[in-house]
Design a protein around this ligand. Structure first.
Ligand SMILES: O=C(O)C(=O)[C@@H](O)CO
Ligand SMILES: [Mg+2]
Length: 257
């Protein structure tokens, strides 16, 4: 049975961020992930993890100025220094939480633009190398453009080619089942092919991005498939609940440990 992580940026959002750790633990989760921790000191997050016996499995490196529309800077030409500074800003959170993997967002840009392609490669290589010195994985996540208009990395082929080409042992794919289905479909076959380079899996129903029991995919089949494939990581529950988070956790009951 796969282990599940509550995404605290999308679940339990009826309470302040730091109170979501308790809610996740009370609901039976043993692990959490979230998008960004940077509004809170690293020690405050570490304290909540310890208090509730939770493992931190993932968060994102700083994305630039989100309010201004930035969605990461890795593929934005001329912003390498900001990417490097973002990594330094994140390192105290990596140390405090003990997280084993972080996601680097690519940003807005075109894969047909050679300057963006080479900026992305340079950023990814730098950040992965620095994280590798600390035993931390760097993840790249293809994201569909309906949810994130203009996002550079909206293609599995591009992500996989870069991961294979750089050949860094700690550089891996963030396989978000929701985005995969919207971008390319063929989810189970892609899991089979890409599991060796997959560092994290996330899930949501398609197309509404609600609970995984909702929509066109059979979540029970996919979770069993992850077992058959020997996936040893976590599945991040990155969905927007239909109502109150706890009321929608019926799908989770058979997987609670
Ligand atoms: O949008 C998603 O899907 C994510 O996983 C976010 O972490 C994007 O950063
Ligand atoms: Mg995701």
């Amino acid at each position: 049975m796969p282990a599940f992580a509550a995404n605290l940026s999308t679940l339990f959002t009826d309470r302040p961020f730091l109170d979501r750790f308790a809610a996740a633990a009370d609901a039976g989760f043993r692990a959490v992930e979230f998008l960004f921790p940077y509004d809170h000191p690293p020690e405050a997050i570490a304290e909540r993890l310890a208090r509730h016996g939770l493992v931190q499995v993932l968060f994102n490196l700083p994305p630039g100025d989100w309010a201004a529309g930035e969605r990461g800077l890795a593929a934005v030409p001329g912003r390498f220094d900001d990417v490097a500074a973002g990594l330094e800003r994140a390192l105290p959170y990596v140390a405090a939480t003990g997280v084993g993997r972080v996601h680097l967002m690519a940003g807005i840009g075109e894969r047909s633009d050679p300057a963006a392609v080479s900026a992305y490669r340079r950023s990814v290589e730098h950040v992965a190398t620095r994280l590798g010195e600390r035993g931390v994985d760097l993840l790249l996540e293809p994201i569909n453009r309906r949810n994130m208009p203009g996002y550079f990395l909206d293609d599995y082929g591009h992500a996989v080619a870069l991961i294979r080409d750089l050949g860094l042992p700690n550089l891996k794919l963030q396989f978000d089942v929701y985005h995969r289905q919207i971008l390319h479909g063929d989810v189970a076959m892609a899991l089979r092919a890409l599991l060796p380079i997959t560092g994290h899996v996330q899930v949501a129903g398609v197309p509404a991005r609600n609970e995984p029991d909702d929509g066109e995919l059979d979540h029970r089949f996919l979770f069993a498939e992850l077992d058959r494939l020997g996936y040893a990581g976590h599945v991040g529950c990155e969905y927007n609940p239909r109502g109150h988070t706890v009321d929608g956790l019926g799908w989770f009951a058979p997987y609670r440990r």
